[in-house]
Design a protein around this ligand. Structure first.
Ligand code: LLP
Length: 450
């Protein structure tokens, strides 16, 4: 097998759309491993992740932010596989968690809970207590009742809880409505105008320590404007609060977008020269715009990227089951479905789809759909694909973020397997869910017993 990609990484040409899935000859490889070989060995649907891609995205961001005292808290809601977390923890990543389950995963992956921030609008008492016992770095509180609850639990445990409040800057992120979070239409955070009053009241709660301020305006943001606008808007507020309460950090949230189309189809074309590549929001552009605003603060800056780090570090491999033509359309029916990757159904998201075995010649305009009993179960509509046959394999690209993480057992379909590739090595990092586990924990009601 060819040792692919080794030495190909050039920081100057780094773009967030770069990744380690490439054709060698006509076979798709992940780093140095044939993806078809993985599909043969582990079956499909199968998620395949490139460790090198994860590392490069993390490091590029880390490098761009180096002039700042900064901490990257990977938003693990995007991909919480233990091996992904361990890869990032090994590079010094901290984590943005949104549930006690995610915090437990950090611990299971060997991450450090004391570097974590705990976000989310609905933290329960049990979650707060667990996070306090684990000494998380900060609770990102989203409301006054939550601050009161954290204070009460901290008092009971005789602890001082570090908190920041999520400010809603009321800035539009120019992204999909379901992933816009920083406007007053959204449930998140505390309105900009209410923050000072809230900090004044929170400062009187004896078991809280006001440690920072947090914001997050949305996800899959592909231009710098909204980030700059939001940071500019909250800076004067943050300066006042930092002075009044000796705050230690400002978190500017996550949200850096990735390129979903077309990341790879160029098949060796110099992608970094294309017009699309030039427009991409890179870590360097992000840093160039924000560093001049943030550096003068002289305080710690937190950032919570999820998708940017893992989005195009993963693919979903699926097998073609049937080809079919109804009155009007062609359908390629595959063995993965919306339960494995819900983004097209839920956000009309675009994922590039390519064959594992590239063939020249005829193409076909077709929908690519799963087997779930809903018309919303599709991966692509009217997509032009090279002609495929039953038994062929396809890869859905950029399926490293919010893909397995949002998978379900709908239609009693087991969760897919996940593989991590590192150079020429591949490891099964999550076994395919055994079918019986999909009803584990269920019981027949006693009066139904036979
Ligand atoms: N911080 C907070 C407070 C967040 O709510 C999120 C994402 C992030 C950080 C990370 O955002 P990122 O860097 O990944 O954009 N399921 C959707 C995306 C939902 C994002 C939720 N919050 C999708 O598949 O597009």
């Amino acid at each position: 097998m060819l040792p692919l990609n080794i030495g190909l990484f050039r920081p100057s040409r780094y773009t967030p759309s770069m990744h380690d899935f490439r054709y060698a000859g006509n076979q798709l490889f992940c780093e140095g491993v044939s993806v078809a070989a993985l599909a043969g060995k582990f079956g499909t649907p199968l998620f395949v992740y490139s460790q090198r891609t994860l590392e490069q995205h993390f490091q590029s961001l880390d490098r761009a932010l180096a002039p700042l005292d900064h901490r990257i808290c990977f938003a693990m809601k995007a991909n919480s596989n233990l091996s992904v977390l361990r890869t990032l923890a090994n590079l010094g990543s901290a984590f943005d968690v949104v549930s006690v389950g995610e915090l437990q995963r950090v611990i299971a992956a060997g991450g450090d809970p004391s570097g974590c921030v705990f976000a989310g609008v609905a933290k329960t008492e049990a979650e707060i207590e667990f996070a306090l016992r684990q000494n998380v770095y900060s609770f990102n509180a989203e409301s006054e009742p939550e601050l009161q609850r954290i204070n009460k639990i901290a008092a009971r445990l005789r602890k001082i809880a570090p908190v920041s409040v999520r400010v809603n800057p009321n800035v539009s992120a120019h992204t999909h409505a379901k992933i816009t979070t920083g406007t007053y239409e959204n449930k998140f955070g505390v309105a900009f105008e209410q923050i000072k009053g809230l900090y004044a009241r929170a400062a009187r709660l004896k078991n809280l320590r006001l440690r920072g301020l947090q914001m997050h305006i949305g996800s899959q943001i592909t231009e710098i404007g909204p980030f700059r606008q939001a940071v500019e808007k909250i800076l004067p507020l943050f300066r006042d609060l930092a002075r009044a309460y000796a705050l230690e950090f400002l978190s500017i949230g996550g949200g850096i977008g990735v390129v979903y189309r077309p990341a790879l189809a160029s098949g060796g074309q110099a992608w970094w020269k294309t017009a699309a590549a030039k427009k991409i929001l890179t870590p360097q552009k992000y840093a160039d715009a924000l560093l001049p605003l943030l550096q003068p603060l002289g305080l710690k800056i937190l950032i919570e990227p999820g998708r940017f780090i893992c989005g195009n570090a993963g693919i979903l491999v699926t097998r073609v089951e049937y080809l079919k033509r109804t009155g009007k359309k062609n359908f390629v029916i595959v063995d993965a479905a919306m339960n494995d990757l819900i983004r097209p159904a839920f956000y009309d998201a675009y994922h590039e789809i390519i064959p594992l075995n590239r063939k020249n010649g005829a193409t076909l305009k077709t929908d690519i759909v799963g087997g779930i009993c809903e018309s919303g179960d599709f991966f692509a509509k009217d997509r032009v694909l090279p002609r495929v046959a039953g038994g062929d394999y396809l890869a859905l690209l950029s399926a490293g973020a919010y893909s397995f993480a949002m998978a379900s057992n709908y239609n009693t379909r087991p969760l897919a397997a996940e593989v991590l590739v590192h150079g020429k090595n591949a490891a099964l990092v999550r076994q395919r869910q055994p079918l019986v586990e999909t009803w584990a924990g269920e019981k027949i009601a006693p009066w139904l017993k036979r």
